[in-house]
Design a binder for this molecule. Structure first.
Ligand code: DAH
Length: 339
């Protein structure tokens, strides 16, 4: 009899299952009303006295082991249910944590902001949906001015007064209307032009506008600022200013950075000249100051505007401007290690 009990003890110890039906069958077999244990208990009176003690102890052991086993297996099933107690297992491998990446436009924009903030420029923003005054008229581009054709404009519905801004120069106007000199501000933002989309140009892109207004600001200050900027951003300090025309600045210039001609890409990017055009700039036209409520007799200033997208293409060796707005994760993921 004792041997039989021991055999069952071993069976209980070996039993394992994650199937609720099997566990229940196991429970009934041992612990049920007509189960093995009650049969063994009813045998008790027939056991010779000298064996009673050992028999009693073993049968109790069998009962507690069987009960324990049933509870343990039931609990294990509970824990395996999805969503329950997954944190109990400290050895579980963690869920992979996906880190995002900054967009190359944001990376370059932040670098530009950082450079100008070191020389006292703050950041200002304006709306993308603009009115004629802020985008054109206040900037010395009255109605029918031929220079309006320089930038093909998207108008909102049929109202010629409401448009998508064609440049961030509109923020200059807003800033001057609302702040007194001295002014040192840069304005990053998205702009829109009704242009054919290609690898080199898009109907929307990004610019950073710069504005410095104070007493006695000169063209030399402008050049010095640009020189500092190009050295910081590109690591290149050789620049040249070519005379140009913008209605809102007088005199106006276009700024080229000497990029070099060391590689084939340098050749392609600079069209074999080694020079790269990066922005327009000039001394703010007195008309613009007056339009914005700043006394042009007392104050002078400079302004500049540059495209971020082309600079991002250049710095990150991106071959097609359209990649910047297609939101292809395979492209975006490549900037994980950037700033
Ligand atoms: N707004 C001009 C453009 O979009 C860029 C520009 C040129 C801005 C000269 C300026 C400036 O502030 O002074 O092409």
């Amino acid at each position: 009899m004792i041997d039989q009990l021991k055999k069952h003890l071993a069976e209980v110890a070996d039993f394992s299952s994650d199937n609720p039906k099997e566990i229940e069958a196991f429970r009934i077999k041992y612990l049920g009303k007509k189960g093995l244990l009650s049969q063994f208990f009813s045998e008790f009176k027939n056991i010779p006295t000298e064996e009673k003690k050992e028999f009693g102890q073993t049968i109790n052991e069998l009962k507690s082991k069987a009960t324990e086993k049933v509870n343990l297996l039931k609990k294990a099933i509970e824990q395996d249910k999805p969503g329950k107690n997954i944190y109990n297992d400290l050895t579980r491998p963690s869920e992979p944590l996906e880190l995002g990446a900054r967009h190359p436009i944001s990376i370059v924009k932040n670098q530009i902001i950082d450079i100008f903030s070191r020389i006292g420029f703050n950041v200002s923003e304006g709306p993308e949906i603009e009115d004629d005054w802020h985008n054109f008229t206040a900037l010395n581009l009255p109605k029918h001015h031929p220079a309006r054709d320089m930038q093909d404009t998207f108008f909102i519905q049929t109202n010629p007064d409401v448009l998508l801004r064609t440049h961030t120069s509109s923020v200059q106007v807003r800033y001057m209307e609302n702040n007194k000199p001295p002014i040192r501000t840069i304005s990053p933002g998205r702009v829109y032009r009704n242009e054919a989309i290609s690898a080199r140009s898009h109907c929307f892109f990004h610019q950073v506008e710069g504005l410095y207004i104070d007493k006695k600001v000169s063209f030399a200050d402008l050049k010095q600022t640009l020189q500092f900027f190009t050295t910081e951003l590109f690591g290149k300090s050789k620049i040249r200013l070519r005379p140009s025309y913008f209605p809102f600045t007088e005199p106006s210039a276009e700024v080229d950075v000497y990029w070099g001609l060391e590689s084939e890409t340098d050749y392609k990017m600079t069209k074999g000249t080694g020079w790269l055009e990066i922005m327009g700039c000039g001394m703010v036209d007195p008309n613009v100051l007056d339009n914005c409520g700043i006394d042009s007799e007392t104050y002078t200033g400079f302004a500049f505007g540059m495209g971020i997208d082309r600079i991002a293409l250049l710095l990150h060796q991106i071959s097609d401007i359209r990649l910047l707005s297609e939101n292809d994760v395979r492209f975006l993921e490549q900037f994980k290690s950037a700033l």
